[in-house]
Write a protein that binds this ligand. Structure first.
Ligand code: KIV
Ligand code: ZN
Length: 390
């Protein structure tokens, strides 16, 4: 059975770049945009053009160079924002305006001091106005995660009638539980007239560490776009991580969902974004963290050396990592030491291994991690003679 395609909407350059201290200049943004295009993302959210002249320039320049992806600019439901975004996107091969407004009672009351009816009118006006500039209009219902489903369905229906092609249902505060977010998508699919004319989109924040789970639950329940960032960067605890959702769908083929992403470029892209933004990737980050394919306990190492799949569900090469690593610590066993010793040029017999292992444990207790260079020293200090095989 052929798989349903899930569009990947990358917002590293907009939601991701909102992280304090991660500001990028236009040149850096262009390099990242080109890489995202090569990676295979379907939509690049290039920025929020009205927010600053610098952001306008970045969106304008990105629109000129991106070859394959749709280029998108964010706006509020404000005429001037929409005009400026349309101007910044005028060179894009495939432009999209992303407009919207807060729809939860909390946003309506405290942000806008308004009413549900007035917000609905503003949403419709914004979509109609954006439609006079470009065909592809994405509408976001900010704080949809905490918006009453019945009202949200009314807003969605009205903006589809006004011309919206994509409906973004953001869990802006990262509040939803996966089953609730999935149920929201299902409710919209079943209760919004004209829903077949639009694509439902997941935009999840990670305040409770649920962004990836919520996005996956969203697509299981009919959404066909996921909004995400490289390394999961973004406001507060971040956005859904691109590499995670892509690999969840790849590793679970029974879901019959897939993306266009060239997963072999994931690790390099992660490193590139991390370096340009000056934001390190946490070592235990799924898929792209430095420990994602590293094994340090003796039991795991023994399993992985015998057969990688015993403790790894992803082939590291599939995400652009050369190989799994066997890290030597005081928790490592003989199998790991023999394996790493062989890599640096020593084939140890059982007697040699027993002796070298004793020396290794003394050494490892003093050091956090034993490196290749240390192995030579350990072998030299062992009372049993070991010849190098290289
Ligand atoms: O989190 C959010 O609600 C957003 C919207 C502006 C799309 O980023
Ligand atoms: Zn967001």
């Amino acid at each position: 059975m052929s798989k349903d395609k899930v569009d990947i909407f990358d917002t590293t350059l907009r939601d991701g770049e909102q992280v304090p201290g991660c500001k990028l200049d236009t040149k850096q943004k262009l390099v990242i945009a080109e890489r995202l295009d090569t990676l295979g993302v379907d939509i690049i959210e290039a920025g929020f053009p009205i927010s600053s002249p610098g952001d306008f320039k970045s969106v304008d320049e990105i629109a000129k160079i991106v070859k394959n992806a749709t280029v998108c600019g964010l706006t509020r439901s404000v005429k001037k924002d929409i005009e400026v975004a349309a101007e910044a996107l005028k060179h894009a091969k495939r432009p999209r305006i992303h407009t919207g407004i807060g729809t939860s009672d909390s946003h309506i009351q405290f942000k806008f001091n308004s009413t549900r009816e007035k917000i609905l009118e503003r949403a419709v006006e914004a979509v109609k106005y954006a439609k006079t500039f470009v065909e592809d209009i994405e509408f976001y219902a900010e704080d949809a995660g905490r918006t009453d489903n019945e009202y949200l369905a009314r807003v969605c229906e009205a903006v589809i009638k006004a011309g919206a092609t994509v409906l973004n249902i953001p869990d802006t505060t990262g509040y939803c539980l996966p089953h609730e977010y999935g149920a929201k998508m299902k409710y919209l699919r079943e209760n919004v007239k004209g829903i077949e004319k639009a694509t439902l989109s997941c935009h999840c924040h990670n305040d409770l560490g649920l962004a990836t789970a919520n996005s996956i639950e969203g697509v299981i329940n009919g959404a066909r776009q996921i909004e995400c960032t490289i390394n999961g960067i973004g406001e507060r605890a971040g956005n859904t991580s691109l590499e995670e959702v892509v690999m969840v769908l790849r590793q679970h083929p029974h879901l019959n969902l897939d993306t266009n992403i060239n997963s072999k470029l994931l690790y390099d892209t992660s490193q590139m974004v991390s370096q340009k933004m000056g934001m390190i990737v946490q070592p235990n980050k799924a898929i792209v963290g430095s420990n994602a394919f590293a094994h340090s306990s003796g039991i795991h190492q023994d399993g992985v050396i015998k057969k990688r799949e015993t403790y790894e569900i992803i082939d590291p090469e599939d995400v652009g990592v050369n190989e799994s690593s066997i890290v030597l610590t005081a928790r490592s066993g003989r199998a790991a030491l023999a394996y790493r010793a062989k890599k640096v040029g020593y084939e140890l017999t059982k007697v040699q291994l027993d002796s070298v292992y004793e020396e290794f444990l003394k050494y490892a207790d003093r050091k956090k991690e034993v490196l290749d260079s240390d192995i030579h020293e350990i072998i030299a200090s062992s009372p049993v003679n070991v010849e190098s095989i290289v």
